[in-house]
Ligand binder design. Structure first.
Ligand code: NDP
Ligand code: 8X3
Length: 253
């Protein structure tokens, strides 16, 4: 029987690439996000290309009731979730703290921290019931470093770093592996969202470098998921070759 992976934030970027790669490598997929049409398109694409079964679930991870309804009403056939990829997340704004927009802060805290917790709270008991699983949290290099204007985004990813370590301890006895992956610059919709839709500003983030692509992180996820049962990869930082830290990047200008 194929394993089941639930990927949050599968409508775009890292989540979408991960769903495709896992389907190609023998998983059935539960794909989630708010944009229903993109989920439906991805379902069709996966079914045609990889003959995997796909269940699209549209919900906002910030809404506890929506998360609850989606996961507790899963049909028996989809309830044995083997893998959870906690990927849904965003940065909103890039301002000094004294100029930050409170609505941006709330979006990031509610999505990156509380959303990840709401989904985990409902999926981990299912894994425990089935005697094991693997949770992959998408953190960031912003979870181990802080950079100018990054304040609240960095704080949310520091929280993901702490939660990943805490989850590993709490779930150890239940045979659930917890891996954190901390990417550097990956060209996705991330910067477009961060700059509230300003595509020129977003493009500029990656000027003069070859950034990571979503598929690079998907490959990293596949690697950690396919290690033998006795091997747990706990934490991986992945950056473009031209990036040594959040603030140290060489550009071909
Ligand atoms: P994208 O913007 O391309 O994708 C983000 C995904 O998250 C979308 O599928 C979006 O779906 C989903 N999402 C956002 N908010 C919500 C919500 N409230 N409820 C449900 N789903 C939501 O960005 P990335 O692929 O780059 O980002 C994925 C993860 O990787 C994030 O956690 C990000 O912080 C992290 N990351 C990204 C880096 C980068 O440079 N790109 C570097 C390091 C980490 P929808 O809009 O349909 O709801
Ligand atoms: C995204 C990477 O450097 O923009 O998490 O914070 S960075």
């Amino acid at each position: 029987m194929k394993k089941i992976a639930l990927v949050t934030g599968a409508t775009s970027g890292i989540g979408r690439a991960t769903a495709l790669l896992l389907a190609e490598n023998g998983y059935n997929l539960i794909i989630t996000g708010r944009r229903t049409e993109l989920l439906d398109n991805l379902k069709k694409e996966i079914e045609v290309k990889y003959k995997a079964d796909v269940l699209p679930l549209s919900f906002d991870v910030r809404d506890k009731d929506q998360v609850d309804a989606a996961i507790s009403n899963l049909h028996e056939r989809w309830r044995k979730i083997d893998v959870l990829i906690n990927n849904a997340g965003l940065a909103a704004g890039l301002n000094h703290v004294q100029e930050g927009l409170e609505e941006d802060w709330e979006r990031m805290i509610d999505t990156n921290i509380k959303g990840l917790l709401y989904v985990t709270r409902r999926v981990a008991p299912i894994m425990i019931e089935h005697k094991g699983g693997h949770i992959v949290n998408i953190g960031s290099i912003a979870g181990s470093e802080v950079y100018e204007n990054g304040n609240v985004y960095c704080a949310t990813k520091h929280a993901v770093n702490a939660l990943s370590k805490a989850m590993r301890i709490d779930l150890l006895k239940s045979n659930i592996k917890v891996t954190q992956i901390r990417p550097g610059m990956v060209e996705t919709e991330f910067s477009i969202v961060r700059f509230h839709g300003d595509e020129d500003k977003a493009k500029n983030v990656y000027s003069g470098i070859t950034p990571l692509f979503a598929e690079d992180i998907a490959q990293t996820i596949l690697f950690v998921l396919t290690r033998p049962a006795h091997v747990s990869i706990n934490d991986i930082e992945v950056t473009p070759t031209q990036q040594a830290s959040s603030t140290y990047v060489t550009r071909n200008l």
